[in-house]
Design a protein around this ligand. Sequence first.
Ligand code: ATP
Ligand code: MG
Length: 565
Amino acid sequence: MKEDNETETRSESKSFIESFIEADLKEGKNGGRIHTRFPPEPNGYLHIGHAKAICLNFGMARKYGGKCNLRFDDTNPVKEEIEYVDSIKEDIRWLGFDWEEREYYASDYFGKLFDFAVELIKKDLAYVDDQPADVISSQKGTPSQPGIESPFRKRTASENLNLFERMKQGEFDEGSRVLRAKIDMTSPNMHMRDPIIYRIIKSSHHRTGNTWIVYPMYDFAHGQSDYFEGVTHSLCTLEFEVHRPLYDWFIDQLKSDDYRPRQIEFNRLNLTYTMMSKRKLLELVREGNVSGWDDPRMPTLCGLRRRGYTPESIKRFVDLIGYTKVEAINDISLLEHAVREDLNLKAPRVLGVLNPLKVIIKNYPRDKVENVELVNNPEDESMGSRIVPFCNEVFIEQEDFMESPPNKFFRLAPGMEVRLKGAYIIKCEGFKKDEKTGNIEEVYCTYDPATRSGEHASEKKVKGTLHWVSARHAVDAEVRLYDRLFNHEDPSGQKDDDYRKFLNPASLKVLNGCKLEPSLKSAKRLEKFQFQRLGYFCVDYDSTESKLVFNRTVQLKDTWAKINK
Ligand code: ATP
Ligand code: MG
């Protein structure tokens, strides 16, 4: 199902999650405490889907005067790295959220979880299974067929205790034994069919080193971690709905007081032309299909940041799509709309030419330079204005000149007049063409001195206004233009699961020799601008004093309408 863009009003109405929380508050549950958590697994960089979960968890805590923990669900030492932990923290801070001193790790609870597993064994609610993983999974049955009990299910508690202890001591090989909860192999819920709760992994863990040889499964760690931390509302994505009875079963066995975290599920964020799985994003990085996790085409938060997205635009987008119980795929153009709206207010306008064509104004004095004053942002007077130099040679965009234009081409062509933004009206008197290639090399114009923009400009009107840059003052830049990384709406949802064949070969276009107005010489990393008529651009990390590099964040929706205003 594809959602349309008519979601403007949604942010004002209450989500079902807020209604649940408010009902709990009204009932006086948990003594009026609201405590949420964001629980990433540090096995990759955060993507925009995670932003949805972050905004929700931190947002609910903020709205209801509660707290939100950051908890790393680091139960798998093989895939987890400190690099990911650091990047996750940086990205959450960048979005504007703060977990204060509450930075937790599931690995902090390995001791407690082990003790709990021992307790389950003692109560005959867990057993060591010696069968290999594929046999265990073949005995699981199907949703319509009950599972088969393991031959090791009837082991005595003392035998299980002995084996589990020896698993912990490293006596057995990886994969040779697991600990399973003893629940019900005939349960209609597959997750209740004696799930594996501990496995042997002989890899070093990024925090606990070689202390542990048995590791809890995610499902055994997650719910209890929420419980240990006093989380009141465990907000997670819809796929965990079917795990909820299992989490509840574990909490029941903990023999807790009446407190338990309330799990509420919401729909994942999916975007058209995008895939979110960290595993697949890691493949893109490893296989060199992108330059890294922060490649501006990636849906990662660091990629979006480098592309020029602002935290406000991402939060606004998340607000627009809202939280529901129905899986959907959101249109990526809504995300682009959100960043455009935000940058429209914030980004100063500048002049830059991506594909330069030199225009020589023959009747303009060769040694003269005039300072043209241009407003930085017509949406915000307080952003002031700046001075841009004008002289007899300027660059315009190649596509703004045509030798034999069609009707209604309101740009430059032989005999036609256009205004150079903020400066004069010029008239095309001729051009130089390379007869071999057909390339236009120079255009010759005259200007009308009575038409300088400002209060005293003559009455003369022209239909087209072009952006330009003084050829003698321009600074050179490399500009990277981006298109969608995939040319399929749902690249990872296809039958054979090979998203690679949908990679868009034209997703990156690098332009060298772009010409920008001189004020951009001092532009700083990640600084954002609107290049008039061309879109929003942001200074890339590769940019240096001697070579400016810009990324295009997004194109302007309505280029002509804007410039002719
Ligand atoms: P992926 O499938 O991309 O690897 P994950 O769910 O395994 O993601 P986690 O690190 O476990 O990644 O996610 C942390 C939290 O973010 C979880 O609570 C999860 O529900 C939430 N989350 C992950 N992806 C999305 C998404 N696309 N939309 C909303 N929330 C998400
Ligand atoms: Mg996960």
